[in-house]
Design a protein around this ligand. Structure first.
Ligand code: C5P
Length: 253
């Protein structure tokens, strides 16, 4: 089989040229990073679980009419997606306080927010993905006002969908991050949900016990990340056929 051309290697995924023009293969790695890659480990099976969970969420979003870049899963670690131009923003939606909002605003972890709070961060690892305002986004031309209206609407639809899906299996969607891509169809552009949606990019707490089932397990050394992600996949009924043996993470640095 001809070797595929690598386009980009990120912290958790590698992108390869797809078989057709306008397509890309996303390969999910087992690498886990936190604190802007200061903490890094390889956790066997994480990539498989994220590939399958992201497929599940993206397909569900497609079914309710939220456009995504997802085309199809190719195998346990790879999915075919539409190539798009990623808007350099991380869009964060919060339902309950956790993580950086607690530090920034002095809110207790777990406090229910009066309404979903949407935040934007500028995607730049060297700067640590700083929080930005719509004023920065407009001034530096990262997205137009029309884009921002569409992004807000997409983010809130993803929030409603994900909150409902998780609630149905006894899990609270605390917050999540999405990325949005532009796809050009002739003279027209449309925005789609891109990248991935997985326990790497969401905070998921068991509703009854508060147990964390997301990347905070790795960030805060709370136990086995594979066990946590496997539990999410199991509850959603999307466990891979050969579940990864829960192994100890190999600490890289
Ligand atoms: O760290 P913070 O509290 O701002 O994160 C909010 C949400 O966005 C969390 O679910 C986190 O996993 C996600 N996030 C992410 N990638 C980043 C920053 C945050 O997936 N670079």
């Amino acid at each position: 089989m001809a070797r595929r051309k690598k386009i980009y290697e990120g912290k958790a995924k590698t992108l390869y040229e797809g078989p057709e023009p306008g397509t890309i293969v996303q390969y999910f790695k087992d690498d886990a990073t936190a604190f802007n890659a200061e903490k890094h480990a390889v956790i066997e099976g994480k990539g498989v679980l994220n590939n399958i969970l992201s497929e599940f969420f993206m397909l569900g979003l497609g079914q309710i009419g939220v456009p995504t870049h997802f085309l199809k899963r190719l195998n346990m670690r790879e999915q075919l997606v539409r190539s798009c131009e990623i808007i350099p923003l991380e869009i964060i939606v919060r339902n309950y306080a956790a993580g950086t909002i607690c530090k920034r605003l002095g809110i207790d972890e777990g406090t229910q927010l009066p309404r979903p709070v949407v935040e934007y961060c500028y995607k730049d690892d060297a700067l640590g993905d700083p929080l930005v305002t719509e004023e920065h986004i407009a001034a530096f031309g990262w997205a137009s006002q029309q884009d921002m209206d569409d992004i807000l609407s997409l983010a809130l639809r993803v929030n409603d969908f994900m909150s409902g899906v998780m609630l149905a299996v006894g899990i609270r969607l605390v917050d999540f991050k999405i990325e949005i891509g532009r796809i050009y169809d002739g003279d027209f552009q449309r925005l789609v949900v891109a990248d991935e949606i997985s326990p790497d990019s969401c905070r998921l707490w068991d509703i009854k016990t508060g147990q964390k089932l997301d990347k905070d397990v790795f960030r805060r050394d709370l136990g086995s990340l594979t066990d946590a992600y496997t539990e999410v996949a199991r509850r959603l009924g999307v466990m891979p056929n050969n579940p990864p043996a829960p192994g100890k993470p190999t600490l890289v640095n």
